[in-house]
Write a protein that binds this ligand. Structure first.
Ligand SMILES: C[S@@+](CC[C@H](N)C(=O)[O-])C[C@H]1O[C@@H](n2cnc3c(N)ncnc32)[C@H](O)[C@@H]1O
Length: 168
């Protein structure tokens, strides 16, 4: 289903997603970021709030989070904005964790997580989303044009402007 390079990239995240909900990893995230929002990136809650201000997303809209990881940041957006969220990631364990977190937080009706290789055409109709986010993962993507077509142009936030270098 996925290309060898994409499978290899995803496997770099096995240790993290395999231990994501353990108390040790939660403690590490708390110590590193001050607040554990379930991120597997350098994103803090303050930074996410800033990005949300840029996006101007309303409660009735929907957001696509490309390479959403274990879904913590995506679910925080659903909770803070009250919008619908869709998260896609190539890592199966990350998506399984994201679904489990959505259930734990009572957000399963507003959150949809799917295993998708974002280097392939995305399985969504054009203009399906009011905004697109991609945090600490744009370095894994081979092209941005397909992403931009999935969101309403004025509301699409250029992922490369809200990304920063990924850690190993
Ligand atoms: C540094 S993590 C960031 C995760 C998430 N955005 C966050 O802030 O917690 C990078 C993510 O990119 C995902 N990824 C890498 N290549 C991908 C691809 N081709 N399609 C979808 N996701 C991909 C990895 O599985 C990993 O979850």
């Amino acid at each position: 289903m996925f290309s060898e390079p994409d499978k290899m990239i995803a496997s770099h995240y096995d240790a993290n997603y395999g231990n994501f909900q353990t108390s040790l990893y939660q403690e590490i995230r708390r110590e590193a970021f001050g607040e554990d929002i379930g991120q597997n990136s350098w994103l803090t809650s303050d930074e996410q709030d800033k990005f949300l201000g840029w996006l101007g997303l309303g409660g009735g809209e929907s957001l696509l989070d490309v390479a959403c990881g274990a879904g913590g940041p995506t679910l925080r957006i659903a909770a803070v904005i009250g919008c619908m969220v869709t998260g896609v990631d190539v890592h199966e364990q990350a998506i399984a964790t994201a679904r489990s977190l959505a259930n734990q937080r009572g957000l399963e009706n507003r959150a949809n997580f799917r295993v998708v290789d974002a280097n392939e055409p995305l399985p969504f109709l054009e203009a399906s989303f009011g905004a697109i986010l991609c945090i600490d993962a744009i370095n894994h993507m081979s092209g941005l044009d397909a992403l931009a077509e999935t969101g309403r142009p004025p509301a699409v936030h250029r992922p490369d402007r809200c990304d920063r270098p990924s850690h190993p």
